[in-house]
Design a protein around this ligand. Structure first.
Ligand SMILES: Nc1ncnc2c1ncn2[C@@H]1O[C@H](COP(=O)(O)OP(=O)(O)OP(=O)(O)O)[C@@H](O)[C@H]1O
Ligand SMILES: [Mg+2]
Length: 325
C-alpha cells in the first residue's frame, strides 16, 4: 500500500512487560479515512496496541508510523494534537462542565474564547446534544450515553484526522449503544476520519468496521473485512469468536451486492421486486417473504439493475466456508 493510502502503519510492533509480550509482532496498515476495529477478548492487548499510536505506550520493539512518519521520532504533543482519543470508561473531568470538557484541547491550543465557544456548540450539535441545555452541566448530571457523546465531542474538538476510540460505548445499555453506533456511522460518512475503534462486542465490530483486526494474546489472528471474517474465518478461534455459523448474524451483515448473481440475460415477463445493492440480506429476505417473491432485481445507486438475488444466492452466502486451519 502506498504511503498516501494509509494513515497508520504498525510494523512488527511488540510490547513486553518483563518476559510477557502483551503485544506480539503486530503488523497491519490502517487505510486513510476508514474505520478499523480491533476485536478480541479482555486482556489480549487492544488498549496497549492503541496507545502506541499516540505514544501513551512506547513499543518495546517495532515501529508505528502516522502519516508516513515514525512516531518514535515525532514530538508526542504535536502527534497527539492530530489524534483524537476517546478512552475506555469515558474519562470526562468531573469538576469541569460539558463545555469545559469539550474545549480542553482548544484551550491548550490557545484558541480565543469566542472561537472555543462556537466550536463547542458546533460539536455538541454534531453529537446530538442540545448545546444551550447541556453545555453548563457537569458529567454527573448526564446519562451514560450523554457522557459518551461529550467524550466523542471532546476527541473531535481540534478536528483531528485520526480518532482512537477505546470501547467508547462500553458503559451504556444496548439501545443507547445502537443509537451511538448509528450516529457514528452517520458522522463517519460526513467526516471521513481515520478511526481505530477497540471493542470486544462482535456485533459492534461487524457494524462499524471497514476492516477488523482480530487479536488473541497479543497477536493478530486475522485482518479482514467483516464479510470475509464471517465467511472465511482464519482459525477456529476467529470462527468461535465471531460465531461465524450464526446465520442471523451473517444475514444482517452481508450485503445484497456481495451475494447477488449477474442480471439475467433474458428478463422474465413478470416484473421483479427491486432491492438496493446496499441492503442487507436480512432486508432482502424480509422483502421476499413480504412480497411472496422468491427472486429480486438488485438495483445500484443509479437505479439500474445490477444483478438478481434468489433464495439460492442467499443460502450460499450465509453458509460458512470451512475454516482455514
Ligand atoms: N503497565 C503494565 N504492566 C504490566 N502489565 C500490563 C500493563 N498494562 C497492561 N498490562 C497487561 O497487558 C495485557 C493487555 O492489556 P490491555 O489493557 O492492552 O488489554 P485489553 O485487550 O485492552 O483488555 P480489556 O478488553 O480488558 O480492556 C493484560 O494482561 C494486562 O494485564
Ligand atoms: Mg482495554
Amino acid at each position: 500500500m502506498s504511503q498516501a493510502a494509509w494513515a497508520i502503519r504498525f510494523a512488527r510492533v511488540a510490547k513486553r512487560y518483563g518476559s510477557l509480550a502483551v503485544v506480539d509482532d503486530v503488523s497491519f496498515d490502517v487505510p486513510r479515512g476508514t474505520c478499523v476495529v480491533i476485536l478480541g477478548p479482555s486482556g489480549c492487548g487492544k488498549t496497549t496496541l492503541l496507545k502506541t499510536v499516540n505514544r501513551l505506550s512506547e513499543p518495546t520493539s517495532g515501529d508505528v508510523f502516522v502519516d508516513g512518519r515514525n512516531t518514535a521520532t515525532a514530538e508526542a504533543t504535536a502527534l497527539r494534537r492530530k489524534i483524537g482519543y476517546v478512552i475506555q470508561h469515558v474519562g470526562l473531568f468531573p469538576h469541569m462542565t460539558v463545555a469545559e470538557n469539550v474545549s480542553v484541547v482548544p484551550s491548550l491550543l490557545g484558541w480565543p474564547k469566542e472561537k472555543r465557544a462556537a466550536r463547542t456548540d458546533e460539536l455538541l450539535d454534531l453529537v446530538h446534544l442540545d448545546a444551550p441545555r447541556y453545555r453548563g452541566r457537569y458529567p454527573r448530571q448526564l446519562s451514560g450515553g450523554q457522557q459518551q457523546r461529550v467524550g466523542l465531542a471532546r476527541a473531535l474538538a481540534a478536528d483531528p484526522t485520526i480518532l482512537l476510540m477505546d470501547e467508547p460505548f462500553g458503559a451504556v445499555d444496548a439501545i443507547e449503544r445502537a443509537h451511538l453506533q448509528r450516529e457514528m456511522i452517520d458522522l463517519q460518512t460526513r467526516l471521513h476520519k481515520t478511526i481505530i475503534f477497540v471493542t470486544h462486542d462482535v456485533d459492534e465490530a461487524l457494524r462499524l468496521a471497514d476492516r477488523i483486526v482480530i487479536m488473541r494474546a497479543g497477536k493478530v489472528e486475522q485482518y479482514d473485512t467483516p464479510v470475509n471474517v464471517l465467511a472465511s474465518p482464519a482459525s477456529d478461534f476467529v470462527a468461535q469468536l465471531v460465531d461465524s455459523d450464526n446465520v442471523l448474524r451473517r444475514l444482517s451483515i452481508i450485503k445484497v451486492e456481495a451475494a447477488m448473481a449477474p442480471p439475467s440475460a433474458s428478463p422474465s415477463g413478470r416484473p421483479h421486486t427491486a432491492i438496493s445493492a446496499d441492503a442487507s440480506l436480512q432486508q432482502a429476505l424480509s422483502l421476499m417473504i413480504g412480497t411472496a417473491c422468491d427472486s429480486l432485481s438488485v438495483v445500484g445507486g443509479t437505479a439500474d439493475v445490477v444483478g438478481r438475488l434468489s433464495m439460492a444466492q442467499i443460502r450460499a452466502a450465509v453458509t460458512p466456508a470451512p475454516t482455514a486451519s
